[in-house]
Ligand binder design. Structure first.
Ligand SMILES: Cc1ncc(COP(=O)(O)O)c(C=O)c1O
Length: 426
């Protein structure tokens, strides 16, 4: 605490101790805070001046790297002109319109419209509402059922919590929003089909799917799985909702994960990489099939957020997309994919490693399950060796570095994990 207040304005440590942080155990956190104060490219610095390679791009979002003044300048210009204004009803702000056109042009959906939200969880909850309104508008209001997969993470709002395939994330909140939600095996289309049959196709409205399961442990799809899921959705007249909050905007070397796996969803959700996290923003991209009944009915869709399409957030997104295009970062991700694969392959032989998984610039190392607390010790050890990563379910750690990471830094990440493993005395 003393060290922190030395580098911070007066009162900062008091403010820290007043803070209730997300996904934290309040008791064990106290006194162990890691305060990150600065970032540049793939490197961040803590309040003590220690530098770390950001192996997770913070929470999967710092895709164009930290400290990009181009985005700061674009946001500053927009803030000075008009920070934001209502986008409800007939109102609109210019960057919002421009970003919608740009995202609609990139997304692999038929003639889409883009509904902006404040983040990924908002996008998930908005999508569930859009799905249920859609089916009501086309005269099939009983198709309220929504299916997700084991290990899925769809944010922590009400509907997202009901969709949670990471068991502890979905328990302890009562049953108020969970009606109509069910889960299936993450890798088995037959299980999905059996579930649709069990519920009755007339009562199922949508399947939510992350192209690559992210927060549930970085689990790429089995070969052909997503294509088979798309086919099944067509067969049973069920909407396919691709949650691309992690995979969207380049993480897999294509603008969207659905492109990489050659499927076209009915709805696609984005957040994180849309601004590389410089300002919170999310989006629901809806195909014409989905938005057309809303237009035809000409009724008010009573849903939206104060900051839906926030002008300064959209300005950040536009500058972020410029960087991805101008610096050819999709091609860079494609080039780095085998580098990450090679670095992880070198870890597989370690006695404490169970397996590694990867696709694009997204990976996980899973450790053996017989040593309690091993994964936490690896994360702490990696930090001592200059790498920030974090624990995922299934005794895994997350690797999702910024797209601007260098080959040398990828090697440094693998070396730090190896060194952390070698430090462990069992
Ligand atoms: C696939 C997926 N969906 C939704 C979310 C929720 O996004 P947010 O935390 O911005 O609300 C996340 C966050 O990690 C995610 O990975």
């Amino acid at each position: 605490m003393d060290d922190i207040s030395e580098v911070s304005p007066a009162g900062f440590s008091r403010a820290l101790s007043s803070y209730w942080p997300p996904f934290a155990a309040l008791n064990s956190r106290a006194g162990n805070e890691i305060t990150i104060v600065r970032g540049e490219g793939s490197v961040v610095w803590d309040a003590h001046g220690e530098s770390y390679i950001d192996a997770s791009a913070s929470l999967w979002y710092a895709n164009v790297g930290h400290g990009r003044t181009e985005i700061a300048d674009a946001v500053r210009a927009q803030l000075a002109t008009l920070a934001a204004y209502s986008n409800f009803g007939n109102f609109a702000t210019e960057p919002t319109e421009r970003l919608a056109a740009r995202v609609a042009g990139l997304a692999p959906l038929d003639d889409p419209l883009v509904f902006f939200t404040s983040g990924g969880s908002d996008a998930v909850d908005s999508a569930v509402k859009i799905v249920r309104r859609y089916w009501t508008l086309v005269g099939r209001p009983e198709k309220t059922g929504v299916i997700s997969r084991n290990h899925a993470y769809h944010g922590m709002h009400g509907f997202g919590t009901a969709l949670a395939g990471i068991e502890p994330n979905g328990t302890g909140y009562g049953t108020s929003v969970t009606g109509g939600f069910s889960r299936v095996a993450h890798d088995d289309v037959d299980d999905l089909q059996a579930n649709i049959e069990r519920i009755g196709p007339d009562r199922v409205g949508a399947v939510f799917v992350e192209p690559v399961i992210g927060a549930g442990g970085v689990i790429p799809p089995e070969l052909g799985y997503l294509e088979a899921l798309r086919k099944l959705c067509d067969e049973y007249d069920v909407l396919m909702v691709a949650d691309e909050v992690i995979s969207g905007f380049g993480r897999l070397g294509t603008w969207f994960g659905c492109e990489r796996f050659d499927v076209r969803p009915d709805l696609l959700l984005g957040a994180k990489g849309i601004t590389s996290g410089y300002i919170p923003l999310g989006a629901v991209v809806a195909s014409q099939r989905v938005w057309e009944p809303f237009r035809a009915a000409d009724t008010l869709f009573r849903h939206g957020y104060t900051y839906s399409g926030h002008a300064a957030a959209c300005a950040a997104a536009l500058a972020n997309l410029d960087i991805i295009e101008n610096e050819h970062l999709l091609e860079r991700v494609q080039k780095l994919e085998p580098v990450l694969a090679g670095a992880l392959a070198g870890l597989v032989e370690h006695d404490l490693v169970e397996e590694v998984r990867h696709v694009g610039l997204l990976g996980a190392v899973e450790f053996i399950h017989t040593e309690p607390d091993l994964v936490n010790r690896v994360v702490a050890g990696a930090r001592r060796h200059g790498i920030l990563t974090r624990v995922l379910p299934g005794d895994s750690i997350q690797l999702s570095p910024p797209f601007v990471i260098t080959e040398g830094q990828i090697d440094a990440i693998a070396s730090a994990i190896r060194a952390a493993l070698d430090d462990i005395d069992l």
